[in-house]
Ligand binder design. Structure first.
Ligand code: SAH
Length: 179
């Protein structure tokens, strides 16, 4: 986390808050997640040196930047073209070269680049982790995603083993909705 300057991923007017442990607005009603939560999700994903990672809901690019320090390559997908462009600029400014940002619907994943060793989702799915994303996990792969059900929102962790998927429900969280 000390390697990634968070101030490069927020608007100039918010830079003085870049090292406060809270979410910040990044435009279009979206937010850059709280650093401690980003750290927790990176830890749960257990990302390793050679991994290829998919980041859904790339937003400012901050979470993707942290993941990129732990793995071989990150594919980031962001629905809002303006945010995707800004994320690519911020990543370049941070000197990060192993993240590819695409403006597209991340709920469909990125079948052309699958399977992924890890999939990180930063927008809340309703009821279930999208099956199309789970299916793009390699055997041994891990996925973390916020999921809402019965008016509550939790991180759901999915591990794909040789015989199928194992799921566990973890921390209560709040993210913007996956559209
Ligand atoms: N990881 C981001 C936090 C982004 S907030 C960061 O570090 O800054 C969630 C993001 O998910 C928003 O930018 C929103 O536009 C995006 N999003 C919502 N639904 C999406 C979808 N179906 N595909 C891709 N991005 C989506």
């Amino acid at each position: 986390m000390a390697d990634v300057p968070r101030e490069l991923f927020v608007a100039p007017a918010l830079r003085r808050f870049a090292y406060v442990d809270r979410p910040l607005p990044i435009g279009g009603g979206q937010t850059i997640s709280q650093p401690s939560l980003v750290a927790r999700m990176c830890e749960l994903l257990d990302v390793r040196d050679g991994d290829i990672v998919l980041d859904v809901g790339t937003g400012s690019g901050y979470h993707a930047a942290l993941l990129s320090r732990l793995c071989r390559h990150v594919y980031g997908i962001e629905l809002e073209a303006d945010l995707a462009e800004q994320a690519a600029r911020s990543l370049r400014a941070a000197g990060i070269e192993n993240v590819t940002v695409l403006a597209a619907d991340g709920a469909a994943g990125l079948p052309g680049r699958a399977p992924f060793d890890a999939i990180n989702v930063a927008a809340t799915a309703s009821e279930e982790v999208p099956l199309r994303l789970q299916d793009q996990l390699a055997v041994g792969g891990r996925l973390i995603a916020p999921v809402a059900s019965e008016g509550r929102e939790h991180l759901v962790f999915v591990h794909r083993g040789p015989d199928g998927f194992e799921r566990s429900r973890l921390d209560a969280v709040r993210f913007v909705p996956l559209r």
